[in-house]
Design a protein around this ligand. Structure first.
Ligand code: SAM
Length: 219
């Protein structure tokens, strides 16, 4: 099935509100667990979270690693606004800074980073090279890199099945977003090709659920 890109930034306030209010506890805790399994040496330091949205993954990482600070970057003010409130209320929130910036132009405040993560940004990018170039630019030598994203199903019928399984009771705007995102996502083979083009062929790509893949390695 052909890729069908979606808009990069999540600028619509209704879309941002629905996303921020959705319960992503299961996939986002899974993100942190998978990261921890792959990088058992992780202790602290500054982490860069690319396309952080409202910062749920940033906060979960900060909570898991009390010696780390997390810098999130996102180009959508509506998504960051929800995150600012969460950070004020969260016990680990004082170690999370979310800032506005569109990639690739946005500059991360603490580069070079020893850890760079990203969840569900890749499928939004019209040119996926943006993600890998920013990682290469802002990562320190040997940096841990962990990217999780949706993978594009093989057929429209499979898209419908996944939307029914994971978003049946979600608000309409969220269901539509999830469907659009599945069409916009890359296959594991496409991500491997992107990594090869970026000189990151040593990274591993694994499908880790019925809808998610991870790409990870060290710079
Ligand atoms: C599906 S959300 C994921 C948010 C967050 N990582 C999470 O897991 O909840 C994708 C985010 O990427 C942001 N985004 C997309 N393209 C971007 C770009 N070029 N620069 C910065 N942020 C971008 C969108 O605004 C949106 O907030």
């Amino acid at each position: 099935m052909e890729r069908r890109p979606e808009p990069e930034l999540m600028l619509d306030p209704e879309q941002a509100r629905a996303y921020a209010e959705a319960d992503f506890a299961e996939p986002h805790e899974h993100f942190v667990d998978l990261f921890a399994e792959r990088f058992p040496d992780m202790a602290g330091g500054a982490v860069l979270d690319l396309g952080c949205g409202p910062g749920d993954v940033s906060l979960r990482l900060a909570a898991r690693y009390p010696a780390c600070v997390v810098h999130g970057i996102d180009g959508a003010q509506a998504m960051l606004a929800a995150g600012a409130a969460w950070c004020r209320a969260h016990p680990a929130g004082s170690r999370v800074q979310l800032r506005m910036g569109r990639l690739p132009d946005a500059q991360a405040p603490g580069a070079p980073y020893e850890t760079i993560v990203s969840n569900s940004l890749l499928h939004h990018l019209h040119d996926p090279r943006v993600l890998w170039d920013v990682i290469l630019r802002d990562g320190a030598p040997g940096a841990r890199v962990f990217v999780m994203d949706l993978c594009r199903p093989e057929s429209a019928q499979r898209v419908s099945e996944l939307v029914a399984r994971h978003a049946a009771t979600a608000p309409e705007v969220l269901r539509r977003d999830f469907e659009n995102s599945l069409y916009a996502a890359f296959t594991p083979g496409e991500v491997r090709a992107q990594l090869g083009d970026a000189g990151l062929e040593a990274f591993q790509v694994e499908q880790v659920s019925d809808r998610h893949l991870v790409a990870w390695g060290r710079l």
